[in-house]
Design a protein around this ligand. Structure first.
Ligand SMILES: Cc1cc2nc3c(=O)[nH]c(=O)nc-3n(C[C@H](O)[C@H](O)[C@H](O)COP(=O)(O)OP(=O)(O)OC[C@H]3O[C@@H](n4cnc5c(N)ncnc54)[C@H](O)[C@@H]3O)c2cc1C
Length: 387
């Protein structure tokens, strides 16, 4: 089998599908998306679905605000309810240095018009009495934040892309990319188990596999897969009030409502791997962090758990755009735990870059892979939290 396309996208997670959809809106010719397994089976299907504006760098805030526009009108645009629940994110600080970081974040976020509140421990206790607050020194809350359903959003992008002519091939159809053809530093197409697809533009949207896809073209992409485990309790009523997505910043632990139960974060690995197993120690740590911060959780029991892979870049920011030494290769990698919530804006800027030569919506130059060679890493004070 030998096919031709104008653009091939490798990876059928939320990033690849958002790019496919946003490209299709611009009618760029033939677009083929290749997914080695099933759409969404990678990090996307294992995500907690969190959406926040409370970031600590300008570029991430820009991606959040742009993406929020899509989440707000998702049903209108895609005909699917994304289950976007604006329960707010509540960050808790337990040390003075964390409080200082929070204060700086609040002033940055307010510059963008984000209505974030800086709260005292007493205010936190009054609003969310189920939280242990004796060790808390400050908190921040933003009611614009919340979570949505990764599979609903993925279906929206996939359906929208298909309706506009994107060809989507999944694993059963031999869609795994096993090589990238290169001639004189120009991409010529991809090799799959079923044959070759010739295309002058190839997008790497391989999530935690970004680095191995880069190697197929002889390009080193510094993205590491790091396992994170999540757990969900059996049905548990914590409060009649809305429970925000609450982050115990120091412990790197968070929880939120998940249907009738509660979703509790487990630990994230320090060493890279593709390990997707769930272990007892992680469940014990999730429970211990949970009962420490929310004493009523002593009566909850964990019903299930799963693990997924973060796709971490050296400065916890995305790696987006062209690769100077390889014409035709486009990167949409290293989302570092924010890929679900930033997927609408990432699809849009990558589609602009491919069809118009530059991204107008957000300047993605600071996110170029070149920054690692030039030592221009982005400083992120909040790396302890992902999601
Ligand atoms: C536990 C956990 C919780 C998270 N919580 C949040 C959150 O609250 N909010 C948030 O915004 N983000 C969150 N994230 C991060 C988010 O899930 C990711 O950033 C996002 O899903 C990345 O999407 P992606 O499309 O790049 O990757 P993926 O969804 O992994 O998709 C990449 C796809 O590429 C395919 N692929 C790889 N190699 C090949 C090949 N050679 N040929 C063909 N196909 C290939 C894979 O099979 C995969 O389906 C979380 C992640 C984890 C692990």
């Amino acid at each position: 089998m030998r096919k031709t396309a104008d653009i091939v996208i490798i990876g059928g997670g939320i990033i690849g599908l958002s790019i496919a959809y946003h490209l299709a809106l611009k009618r760029p010719g033939k677009v083929i998306l290749l997914e080695k397994g099933q759409l969404g089976e990678g990090s996307t299907g294992r995500s907690a679905g969190g959406i926040r504006t409370q970031f600590s760098t300008e570029i991430n805030i820009r991606f959040s605000l742009e993406s929020l526009k899509t989440f707000e009108r998702f049903e209108e645009e895609f005909g699917i309810d994304p289950e976007f629940k604006r329960i707010g994110y509540l960050f808790l600080a337990t040390t003075d240095s964390e409080k200082e970081i929070f204060k700086k974040n609040v002033s940055l976020q307010r510059r963008f018009g984000i209505p974030v509140e800086l709260l005292t421990p007493n205010e936190i206790k009054a609003r969310w009495p189920f939280l242990r607050t004796d060790d808390i020194v400050a908190g921040t809350f933003c009611s614009w934040d919340g979570y949505a359903g990764p599979s609903e959003v993925l279906s929206g992008f996939a359906g929208g892309a298909k309706r506009r002519g994107v060809e989507i091939c999944e694993g059963a159809e031999g869609a795994e990319v096993i090589g990238i053809s290169v001639v004189q530093r120009k991409v010529r197409g991809v090799k799959t188990k079923k044959g070759e697809i010739l295309a002058p533009v190839v997008v790497n949207a391989g999530g935690p596999f970004a680095s191995s896809i880069g190697e197929m073209a002889g390009i080193q992409i510094p993205v590491k897969p790091l396992r994170r485990q999540l757990f969900v309790t059996a049905p548990f009523h914590l409060s009649d009030r809305t429970v925000p997505l609450t982050i115990d910043f120091h412990r790197g632990w968070y929880f939120r409502q998940e249907v009738d139960g509660l979703l509790l974060s487990g630990p994230q690995d320090q060493e890279p791997s593709f390990n997707l197993s769930v272990d007892y120690e992680a469940m014990a740590e999730a429970s211990e962090n949970g009962t420490y911060r929310v004493p009523a959780l002593e009566k909850a029991c964990i019903a299930r758990g799963w693990a997924g892979l973060y796709e971490i870049s050296p400065d916890n920011h995305a790696i987006l755009g062209k690769v100077p030494e390889m014409e035709g290769l486009i990167l949409a990698n290293g989302l570092s735990g924010h890929g679900f919530q930033h997927s609408p804006a990432i699809g849009k800027v990558i589609a602009e870059l491919i069809t118009e030569g530059e991204s107008r919506t957000i300047d993605i130059a600071p996110l170029s892979i070149e920054r690692f060679k030039k030592g221009q890493l982005i400083v992120e004070p909040m790396t302890a939290f992902r999601g």
